[in-house]
Write a protein that binds this ligand. Structure first.
Ligand SMILES: C[S@@+](CC[C@H](N)C(=O)[O-])C[C@H]1O[C@@H](n2cnc3c(N)ncnc32)[C@H](O)[C@@H]1O
Length: 252
């Protein structure tokens, strides 16, 4: 039998409805406690999934990835398998001298691996959704991290100035609208990991134009960048991340 599934901890997410025989096969093969299927696209600012349970009833699990533990309720909070490489990349990209702000922390998708493997001085992990924030706090404890400060808030209401060497903007819903805030957080020099969904034809143009526009508006200049494709988002549309390096323009 060939059935495609994603495994999050001991929960399977499948694409199609399954018959009894298929469910029995998957349960025996994977020892999963629950099988579920997404019924619609992830929606809203909180990125809430819509799920139909096909087998079992528990939706909370602990997922292991890159040496980290992620407690998550798959019914309440999203988990993107397509971002696995990016989570690995973020794990290694910082260092012990940096202060990082994760503006869209979720349950700690990027914060947890980065805090554990790169060991920056501090990561301020901001999350607006109380359910995701709850799991973010759980995951900080589970991974025994003492360099993460979780903040339950809309990142636009957080009043930090000039504190970050590095900023993660892991969100793809009009992310550019949050760039003014990112520049408030940024020190004189720093890096922003800017995510966006963009049509294939303008992958190398639109994100960079937006970054340049907001940099200039906030008295910074873009001094270097690299664009990475994360995954196909829709036909002809890519989820990309730009590692963008900025310097404040001296007013004198
Ligand atoms: C798409 S999820 C994070 C996905 C993650 N980067 C991954 O790899 O799967 C984005 C998170 O940003 C949060 N969020 C959205 N708007 C926000 C805001 N204004 N301030 C803080 N968090 C916000 C959402 O609740 C959600 O948990």
């Amino acid at each position: 039998m060939r059935i495609k599934y994603q495994k999050i901890g001991d929960i399977l997410i499948v694409k199609d409805n399954l018959n009894e025989e298929e469910i029995k096969y998957l349960v025996e093969k994977t020892k999963c406690k629950t099988i579920a299927k997404y019924t619609a696209q992830i929606t809203g600012d909180f990125r809430t999934p819509h799920l139909k349970i096909l087998y079992g009833n528990e939706t909370e699990t602990i997922h292991k990835e890159h040496g980290c533990l992620f407690k998550i309720d798959v019914k309440k909070v999203m988990w993107s398998m397509g971002n696995i490489k990016e989570r690995e990349r973020m794990a290694k990209i910082s260092n012990e001298n940096e202060v990082v702000v994760d503006m869209f922390a979720g349950i700690g998708y990027f914060t947890i691996p980065m805090a554990k493997h790169s060991k920056p001085k501090k990561i301020y992990a901001i999350e607006i959704n109380p359910t995701s924030y709850h799991y973010l706090c759980e995951n900080i404890k589970l991974n025994k991290l003492n360099n993460v400060v979780p903040i339950l808030s809309d990142n636009r209401k957080v009043e930090f100035k000039d504190i970050a060497d590095r900023i993660i903007m892991g969100y793809v819903h009009k992310t550019h609208k949050f760039l003014d805030k990112a520049f408030e957080f940024l020190k004189d020099k720093g890096i922003i990991h800017y995510h966006e969904t963009v049509a294939e034809k303008i992958i190398n143009i639109r994100p960079i134009e937006r970054l340049k526009f907001y940099a200039e508006k906030n008295n910074y200049k873009l001094v270097g960048y690299k664009i990475f494709k994360i995954k196909k988002y829709a036909p002809g549309v890519w989820h990309v991340v730009v590692d963008a390096e900025f310097e404040r323009i001296n007013k004198n």
